[in-house]
Design a protein around this ligand. Sequence first.
Ligand code: C5P
Length: 301
Amino acid sequence: MRQHIARAPAKVNLQLSVGPLQDDGYHDLVTVFHAVGLFDDVHATAAEPGAGISLSVTGVQRDLVPLDSTNLAWRAAQALANHAGVDPDVHLRITKGIPVAGGMAGGSADAAAALVACDSLWGLRTPRAELMEIAATLGSDVPFGLHGGTAIGTGRGEILTPVLTRSSFWWVFALAEGGLSTPAVYAECDRLRAGSAVAAPMLSGPLMSALRSGDASEVAKNLSNDLERAAVSLRPSLSRVLGLGEEYAALRAIVSGSGPTCAFLARDGEHALDLSVALSSAGLCRTVVRASAPVPGAALV
Ligand code: C5P
């Protein structure tokens, strides 16, 4: 029997500029997504006619992942079935490699991979543009889970423009015990900025030049994340983790997205290995992983 397994990457935001809160409860963003080599796999298996969707999860932090229709992968399968007019009879098995509620879009990766795996299982051959449209209805980061690479995100983050980068970059991620809720981090960002004027977000020209040049130290200088202060405010221990970046000569340490994962940019693969050993031995985080980037978006394995 043919396997229908799709793999989707985690992301880190190289720039995350958050504009004012809009009437719809979302913030206008200018972000630069960067797909990193940490992956979730979604395995789609045919179920009996009428069985509907079921879900199981293996891998680290599996107990933190919902197994019902609140799971983004479940919602992705349902949305694709609705779009195509087929019965959503499928068992989805997710293997987690991406931290749960870690600010690395793990749930969005699962949704992107579920779209690709179910599309294959049901033999739909849905055009890419239509999959992207379905993805945008599921969550702000889901289209990027399909897209991968490096891309500018505007709107809620779902409108993507690809960015060509010259080389690969090496990252080390300090994974925290327990996650942070994305809406809670955005709300804290609003609370911290209350009373001050919030400018419309703008793409960083120096970051774009640095990505074009492929110079990791230039990229490091131009990383920015408007949610970092809010994540640290909700989880003060993160400032110590970020401080280790300087201590161990990372090019730069930032909070990944809404956190609590911290991302350290390294000079190269060897530097990333040294950094990960040093960060592990500091004992301030649950685990430390290395990954290169950019990597492609969700695809069949
Ligand atoms: O789109 P998604 O469901 O991933 O967003 C999760 C939450 O993150 C939203 O409910 C909102 O609180 C916050 N968010 C936001 N502005 C964005 C994207 C997400 O405020 N552009």
